[in-house]
Design a protein around this ligand. Sequence first.
Ligand code: NAD
Length: 284
Amino acid sequence: MNIETIGVVGAGTMGSGIAQAAAVAGLDVVMIDVSEAALGKGSAAVRASLARLVSNGKLDAAAQDAALGRIATSTDYARLASADIVIEAATENVELKGRILGQIEAAARTDAIIATNTSSISITALAAPLADPSRFVGMHFFNPVPMMPLVEIIRGLQTSDRTAAAVRTLTERIDKSPIGVRNSPGFVVNRILVPMINEAFFVLHEGVASAAEIDEGMKLGANHPIGPLALADLIGLDVCLSVMDVFVKDFGDPKYRACSLLRELVAAGRLGRKSGRGVYDYTV
Ligand code: NAD
């Protein structure tokens, strides 16, 4: 299947990044959101990110203009009729995503692929209400999309070989590297990464070492580019906690229990960089 036009639903952090990566690769993009204000914010994020790439010498001005010219925006789902694939990248809420997927199904061509960028919701469960769930697949991009090379391609129980093959080809075309994943809580990367971060909170809580020493240890001893506690501050402590809580519930295995220190920091509103303070203080 040849993909030339891509619909992106949700113009936030991830949707605008996906739209940008696709436009830079030469695809036509239709980006949908609920309001002109949200679309304006998404377009401004794309413009700022492209400008940074130009000033770093990673993109020339002509390619920047061409990419911007390929992104159309609208609040009207009917504009998705021209898309070969629609990627849903709206707010992480299961009821909302269910409604949006119904709207995409009604607007898109019957042979168009429908993908979701969800971080935590079951691909199999999201596919189930669709008339043709075989055309549904997970495409899990990483933040910031223009910089991060990985896309996890998640097959639900119903996803067809044709759908999985088409999104693999698309991923490579937009200069990303795909890995194939079977639907399972946290997929691959968050399943391994977030419990490691949680373990760093246990190590801190038990007084084994200071936060700075734990992070230094993992950087110098495990060759990680950033320590796990600094990474938790970047991701958001509330996000890390909710991922661990999903693992306990979905796997029914207490080995995923969140560290009480992580829970305590979230309760105190110390969510990381976004709130000014998490493990570390960003206000000083
Ligand atoms: P965000 O809050 O930045 O953006 C969400 C956008 O969805 C907003 O612009 C909002 O207006 C829009 N939206 C809400 N309802 C809509 C509707 N009915 N129709 C169209 N648009 C609607 O969120 P985000 O961080 O970009 O996350 C989007 C998705 O990507 C989520 O499923 C999230 O779990 C996933 N994800 C996020 C990250 C990350 O690091 N932020 C990484 C991987 C995956």
